[in-house]
Design a binder for this molecule. Structure first.
Ligand code: ATP
Length: 487
């Protein structure tokens, strides 16, 4: 990471804390690793991202509906989905520091270092060796590679490693108060299974016809061993997922459609397209027949934000097998042979985006330190250039002074606007300082009420990005703000 990008990332993290976007969870007890809380501005921004997704996916598609399924699910769900047996990472412990690492991550870091040193063929060779070992689930081979490369623990500095073991990422807990009656259940590691187990309920109660989708936003939990890069890898996080059910044989076409549609959703926020790229999975999960990630260029490199997966009929077939409930769909449409397509288990295209990664992407993208120096004086401001529809506060209202009835007039204007928008009232400090505070949280408009307002009911409206000011009738504010912040 170069100094400037490293600095940008650090600045975004401290800005997030200083302005009430993201706090370390339980900070007064020194925090809980890889768990974060969203503050007063962060939760507004997060809600706005959710709304943008929900509107684009559910409201704009008459064949997609949304649900909200429970975090706890019947434990057989996770046997059927493959998570009990297969949702694990290969872990290795250093015997001296007693620290645990992901074996593949140690090797990835080594590959990146070799690359940095210009040893590209060595890096490529190691990558292939590692991929083969992972594919074959050859844990002793992973350990051998770590030893061969003389990879040392960053804490103890030694290469005294244990065996490599699989470590399941699901959190478990017990239901029931009496130990004997208790049963192990899991905190869901993805929201998708809540959709699959409700597929029949939704299809029947909504009289949904293929192709159709079910969307949901919700918490997911993974016992990630390496917590790093702020809210990129958390133990409790949120996903926005949509499962799209299609006729077998049409999955490729729908996969391509969703791959494009989802990237468009990202770009519609005005993000530089060069910051995004697709990454095709070459190692496919056992259930997938195609998979692409949408990656964003974070200050520490390109990282996955969203996955688009063609999951075949794997999940529904598994649930049919484990629950013994028929997951078949009867398709009355006529095929080329003039006969109905009839009964089949639908194929599924999934779009799965991490809300927290989307949040971080949005903050990084919006964060700007603007130099406003003139020949006379040095000046700068920190401004969050958020898309107005995502801004936590849509407009701030300032009475010019705290007297002469200006606060009362400002509050009167605010009371009307707050029916439609999240508005903030501020009367402390000079106007310039108030502008800076609003710039720092990305408020698109600052409205100043002055003595002239009392005479002609006009106000000054100042635009965040251009800093331009104009005088407008107070009666027009609702429309002006609405035009900018609407979806
Ligand atoms: P990674 O390879 O980065 O661990 P993944 O491939 O396991 O991610 P998926 O299972 O496809 O991720 O989950 C879909 C999305 O959920 C990801 O694209 C990511 O945005 C988000 N996500 C996954 N794990 C985490 C996590 N621990 N913290 C925050 N977001 C996550």
């Amino acid at each position: 990471m170069s100094k400037s990008t490293d600095e940008l990332f650090k600045n975004v993290i401290s800005h997030s804390k200083e302005y009430g976007f993201v706090f370390q969870s339980s900070e007064i007890y020194d925090g809980l690793s890889a768990v974060y809380d969203y503050g007063q501005n962060g939760s507004e921004l997060k809600n706005n991202i959710k709304t943008y997704w929900w509107k684009a996916m559910v409201q704009m598609h008459d064949n997609i509906v949304g649900i909200d399924s429970a975090i706890f699910m019947h434990p057989t769900t996770w046997k059927a989905s493959g998570h009990v047996d297969g949702f694990s990472d290969p872990m290795i412990d250093n015997k001296d520091s007693k620290k645990r690492y992901r074996a593949d991550q140690l090797l990835e870091d080594r590959i990146a270092k070799l690359d940095e040193e210009g040893k590209t063929s060595e890096a490529e060779e190691l990558q292939i060796e590692m991929d083969n070992a992972l594919k074959a689930e050859d844990l002793p081979r992973l350990r051998e590679l770590i030893i061969e490369q003389n990879i040392k623990c960053p804490i103890s500095g030694t290469a005294n490693w244990t065996e490599v073991r699989q470590f399941n990422l699901m959190f478990s807990t017990q239901v029931g108060a009496i130990a004997d009656e208790s049963e192990t259940i899991y905190l869901r590691p993805e929201t998708a299974q809540g959709i699959f187990v409700n597929y029949l309920n939704v299809q029947k109660s909504g009289r949904m016809k293929i192709p159709f989708g079910i969307a949901q936003i919700g918490k997911a939990f993974r016992n990630e061993v390496i917590a790093r890069q702020f809210i990129i890898r958390m133990r409790e996080f949120e996903q926005m997922e949509m499962q799209f059910f299609v006729r077998p044989g049409t999955q490729k076409e729908w996969f391509n459609k969703w791959k494009e549609t989802r990237l468009k959703w990202h770009l519609a926020l005005g993000t530089d397209a060069a910051k995004y790229r697709y990454h095709e999975h070459t190692k496919l999960a056992h259930y997938a027949d195609a998979a692409y990630d949408i990656e964003f260029e974070f200050p520490f490199g390109f990282k996955e934000v969203e996955g688009i997966h063609s999951r075949t009929d794997f999940d529904l077939s598994q649930h049919e097998k484990f629950s013994r409930k028929k997951m078949q769909y009867f398709d009355p449409e006529l095929g080329e042979d003039g006969k109905p397509y009839g009964n089949y288990i639908p194929y599924v295209i999934e779009t799965s985006i991490g809300l927290d990664r989307m949040f971080l992407l949005t903050m990084i993208n919006a964060y700007d330190e603007e130099d406003l120096s003139t020949e006379e004086k040095q000046d700068s401001r920190t401004v969050l250039r958020l898309h107005p529809c995502l801004a936590p506060v849509k407009a701030a209202i300032f009475p010019l002074t705290k007297k002469d009835g200006l606060p009362e007039k400002a509050r009167e204007i605010m009371d009307k606007l707050k029916l439609d928008f999240n508005i903030q009232y501020e009367e402390k400090d000079a106007i310039g300082k108030r502008y800076r505070r609003q710039d720092a949280i990305g408020t698109p408009f600052c409205i100043t009420v002055d003595h002239q307002t009392l005479e002609d009911d006009t106000v000054t409206i100042r635009h965040r990005d251009s800093m331009a000011q104009e005088r407008v009738p107070a009666a027009d504010l609702d429309r002006i703000i609405g035009d900018m912040v609407s979806w």
